[in-house]
Write a new protein. Structure first.
Length: 291
């Protein structure tokens, strides 16, 4: 079983456009889960179909806690995506990850509060595995692409997601370091959880903008500092994404994540909620139709 790639790209802070996309068209994709952050830019890079969605909307108008991750992931699935490469700006909690460094995330600590974190619930309960929350093959290919694009990359990082929109206190920043987190951001959770439920392999390339608040000898992180580094990082991100897409294997072979919902649903069929099933037509269509 092999097929074509349709790469969903979620653009983070500073990445709101992708000029390398050809045959480009912004298309509105609705979702029964809420309001999608923006239209989706559909087109191709080389021979690969891509679907680009700016997480905060063009012009960065949506606050981190108000990004509707369920609607975004559902819309990308409806747009035909087979895989997702997400990009996020982060603070560094690790001396070895300086501003300007690309960092591939391997693990997450979810410290957000009250964000809807699942497509499933009463009437259709499902438990997917999140032991290994990112796709190893996408992550490796992206790391290779960073180097091919001429930049430095680190792999295997742990990302802690906080609610925001405020930056951390110094005490919080030090605590997160003790927990083993390497980078800190506000948006990759529950995004990564929802991608897994939607059976979409997900990789996260983070771009370091600052050292958060744990360094005693540095001024607290500011928006001016972050924006200045974002502008430097965004060009590197675009080059990396283009390189990543152009060097994908010609044919897409299946990933175990394509079948993440197999054996995940625990609710008896005669207890399924029809309204919830209808909303899951894209996310869990393969499972619900026996495909």
């Amino acid at each position: 079983m092999s097929g074509e790639w349709v790469i969903g790209i979620i653009g983070g802070s500073g990445l709101y456009q992708m000029d390398s996309i050809e045959d480009r068209q912004w298309i509105e994709v609705g979702s029964p889960w809420g309001k999608v952050s923006d239209e989706i830019l559909c087109g191709r890079i080389g021979n690969v179909k891509v679907r680009f969605l700016p997480r905060h909307g063009r012009g960065h108008r949506i606050a981190p806690g108000e990004v509707d991750a369920r609607a975004n992931i559902d819309a990308l699935k409806r747009a035909g995506c087979t895989d997702i490469l997400a990009v996020s700006a982060v603070g560094s909690l690790n001396e070895e990850l300086p501003p300007g460094r690309a960092v591939m995330v391997e693990q997450f600590i979810d410290h957000t509060k009250g964000r809807p974190a699942s497509f499933f619930g009463s009437g259709l309960v499902a438990h997917v595995s999140m032991a290994d929350p990112t796709c190893a093959r996408l992550s490796q290919w992206c790391a290779d692409a960073v180097e091919m694009a001429g930049s430095d990359v680190s792999v295997g990082a742990t990302y802690i997601a906080i609610e925001g929109p405020q930056f951390s206190t110094r005490a919080e920043s030090r605590l997160y370091r003790q927990w083993g987190a390497d980078v800190i951001g506000m948006t990759a959770m529950p995004e990564a959880r929802l991608a897994r439920e939607a059976e979409l392999p997900y990789a996260l390339m983070t771009l370091v903008t600052d050292f958060d608040g744990w360094r005693e000898d540095e001024e607290p992180v500011s928006v001016d500092q972050v924006v200045e580094q974002l502008q430097k990082n965004s060009d590197m991100a675009r080059k990396t994404i283009e390189q990543f897409v152009r060097t994908l294997p010609e044919h897409r072979t299946p990933s175990p994540i394509d079948f993440a919902l197999d054996d995940a649903v625990i609710t008896a069929p005669d207890k399924h909620d029809k309204a919830l099933l209808d909303r899951l037509d894209a996310v869990a269509g393969r499972l619900l139709t026996g495909g």
